[in-house]
Design a binder for this molecule. Structure first.
Ligand code: B1M
Length: 212
């Protein structure tokens, strides 16, 4: 690991926004690949933050500042991660489930979907099943992409799939799910159309489900 990369990782873990910004800019200038910086520095640092939280060394405020620092890095990488020269693939409605405030993974997936030609309508975090349905009525998406990061909020995905069924919209949209506690088996059990483990896989899945 180069000094620049090492300092990006540490800056994210320490919630040092300026350090992340200058580290990412310097690494890009030195020729580092954006997707490698994303995976090996920004995402790896968030995993470290999660571990520190789990073992009691970090608390919620530390996770929060690290998340802000990560988002700063992500914003710099954004234009480099997406290919803006692709034809429209349809609309995706994306959001994090009710009760869940985690949005970095969702933002990343949204960003990459946008880069692969989808029009992304981001509903944010803490999105209730009925809000997903209401916004689907308004935006007529091909796909609904739902993120959850907590084992306690993952069941909201099933409630969302059910809300689409109740509203008579289940056959008119494809529903894809993802997030750390989600598995292929869980996705099948709740009747989602697909599961993706990360942002890259989410693009492949979205294009397959949207038939583009
Ligand atoms: Co939270 N948190 N957090 N947290 N947090 C986790 C998720 C946790 C694993 C930490 C830990 O204990 N190791 C743990 C969950 C345990 C569990 O349920 N299994 C946890 C907890 C417990 C909590 C609180 C309950 C803590 C508390 O209050 N006591 C609380 C809950 C608040 C709430 O939501 N109601 C809480 C709060 C927070 C903050 C607000 C402080 C902050 C979030 C800030 C924000 O998002 N703006 C935060 C953070 C930062 C984390 C960790 C450290 C990092 C998450 C992250 O951004 N990762 C996280 C530990 C970890 O993940 N290692 C943790 C980077 C991101 C790029 O990855 O989101 O996994 P991820 O997204 C990936 C894939 O999952 C996938 O693609 C992405 C890119 O590869 N993906 C999809 C995600 N969504 C997808 C959708 C798709 C497809 C793929 O299709 C639709």
């Amino acid at each position: 690991m180069s000094d620049e990369s090492n300092s990006i990782f540490n800056a994210v873990v320490n919630g040092d926004i300026e350090g992340v910004a200058s580290g990412v800019e310097a690494a890009l200038k030195a020729g580092a690949a954006p997707d490698v910086l994303l995976q090996e520095q920004l995402i790896a640092a968030m995993d470290e933050v999660g571990e520190q939280f789990e073992c009691g060394a970090f608390f919620v405020p530390e996770m929060l500042v690290a998340a802000r620092a990560m988002q700063t890095g992500l914003n710099i990488l954004h234009p480099l991660l997406v290919d803006t020269d692709v034809k429209s693939a349809g609309t995706v409605l994306i959001g994090t489930v009710k009760g869940d405030m985690h949005d970095i993974g969702k933002n990343l997936v949204g960003m990459m979907l946008q880069g692969s030609g989808f029009e992304v309508v981001d509903l944010g975090v803490d999105v209730a099943p009925e809000t997903f349905v209401q916004k689907a009525n308004k935006n007529e998406p091909k796909l609904v992409a739902i993120s959850a990061l907590l084992t306690t909020t993952a069941p909201q995905m099933e409630a969302t799939v059910e809300a689409f069924r109740q509203a008579g919209l289940r056959d008119s949209v494809k529903i894809m799910v993802g997030g750390a506690p989600i598995t292929q088996g869980f996705a099948e059990k709740i009747g989602a159309d697909g599961y993706a483990v990360d942002a890259r896989e989410a693009i492949r899945l979205a294009r397959r489900l949207a038939e583009v």
